[in-house]
Write a protein that binds this ligand. Structure first.
Ligand SMILES: [Zn+2]
Ligand SMILES: [Zn+2]
Length: 363
């Protein structure tokens, strides 16, 4: 099969021929239909997030089950599934206490070092690593059965793919982590793929006011289509002051969807007293954060990291698919362009300019 391989860091992706193994007892083999380009893959390409090269990136995908392992009970050949990187074991303390998105056994479920490789280079037989046990920038995927969930084939492939990362991360942050209440006020910093889904999640939750903050006018326009009631262009001056002024003292919930320390600080600054800022964007590993500690205590404010929207993807993703089919969740507007696997590097170049919503590879 053809796949886009990250050979060195930092580096672009190289299209190569790979062989893919047969499913182990609890694995499923997928024919990839579509995969979105997510910032997290770009972070790995730039060396801001760890990745063991050579590897195949891509994690926001949907596909069709081609074969299943001997012990697989949750999938059948021919199923259309969406993948999610929150592989779960069902047995660790976190899984048993209902926090499967924080499963501590995830790495042991996916094929890591010391196991038979899922992917090998056709030319020399060398091991090629999987990203997050998925590796969706490839025509086929070999994944654990707890890395995918069946979704109606009525959802077009390019939209279905986005459910597995951008949508579940954004909407999940609102529903599962912050539990936004009806009638509340919300600020969202960063109106890209994740941010627009936080915005539409807040709207679905009944927030009265949803304020989008970004530097790019075109992203702020996109934010309005997802339900932002107000927009603030942070390049025009004091975004924190503007939001505090607009809400007469700060918002009930703030979300940072970029992964930068200064914008996390802004998210904290926009809060009403006694409220919490949610960090949804993934900052580069090792980067610190300066927090006004005394102010946090004296004003009862908090800051909380949210991993992948605190999702229970086997139930969340079908729910989101149904909301889309009911016309209540916007996915069409998220897809900026469909591209081929060969255009993956061009897609990431475009992402670096910060203007696009989502580019989706169609197979
Ligand atoms: Zn992602
Ligand atoms: Zn677990």
């Amino acid at each position: 099969m053809r796949a886009a391989v990250l050979e060195s860091v930092p580096g672009d992706l190289v299209i190569d021929e790979l062989a893919i193994d047969n499913p182990g007892p609890r694995e499923i083999l997928l024919r990839t239909e579509a995969c979105g380009l997510c910032h997290s893959d770009l972070h790995v390409m730039l060396g801001d997030l760890p990745g063991q090269v050579p590897c195949v990136l891509g994690h926001e995908a949907c596909g069709v089950v081609e074969a299943i392992g001997s012990d697989v009970t949750t999938h059948a050949v021919g199923d259309r599934v969406v993948t999610c990187l929150n592989t779960f074991c069902s047995n660790c303390r976190e899984c048993r206490s209902g926090r499967s998105w924080l499963c501590t056994e995830r790495r042991n479920l996916n094929r890591g070092p010391g196991t038979a490789p899922a992917l090998t280079r056709t030319s020399d037989g060398a091991r090629v690593n999987q990203m997050a046990g998925l590796s969706a920038f490839a025509e086929m995927m070999l994944v654990h059965e707890h890395s995918a969930v069946k979704v109606s084939a009525d959802v077009p492939a390019d939209k279905a793919a986005l459910l597995g990362c951008a949508v579940i991360t954004g909407v999940g942050s609102v529903f599962n982590a912050a539990k936004v209440k009806a009638g509340s006020t919300v600020a969202v910093i960063g109106a890209g793929g994740i941010g627009c889904n936080i915005i539409q999640g807040a709207k679905l939750a009944g927030a009265e006011r949803v304020i989008a903050v970004d530097l790019h006018p075109e992203k702020l326009e996109l934010a309005k289509t997802f339900g932002a009631t107000d927009v603030v262009n942070a390049s025009d001056g004091d975004a924190v002051g503007d939001v505090v002024e607009m809400t007469k003292g700060g918002v009930d919930y703030s979300f940072e969807a970029i992964g930068l320390a200064p914008t996390v600080q802004q998210a904290i600054g926009m809060l009403r007293v006694g409220q919490t800022a949610y960090m949804v964007g993934v900052p580069p590993v090792g980067r610190g954060l300066e927090i006004p500690a005394g102010m946090m205590v004296l004003t009862g404010r908090g800051v909380q990291g949210v991993f992948m929207g605190s999702n229970h993807f086997p139930t969340d993703i079908p729910m989101l698919a149904n909301l889309y089919l009911d016309g209540r969740l916007k996915l069409d507007e998220l897809v900026d362009e469909q591209i081929t696997l060969d255009q993956v590097n061009e897609g990431y170049e475009r992402m670096k300019t910060g203007t696009a919503a989502r580019s989706v590879i169609m197979f």
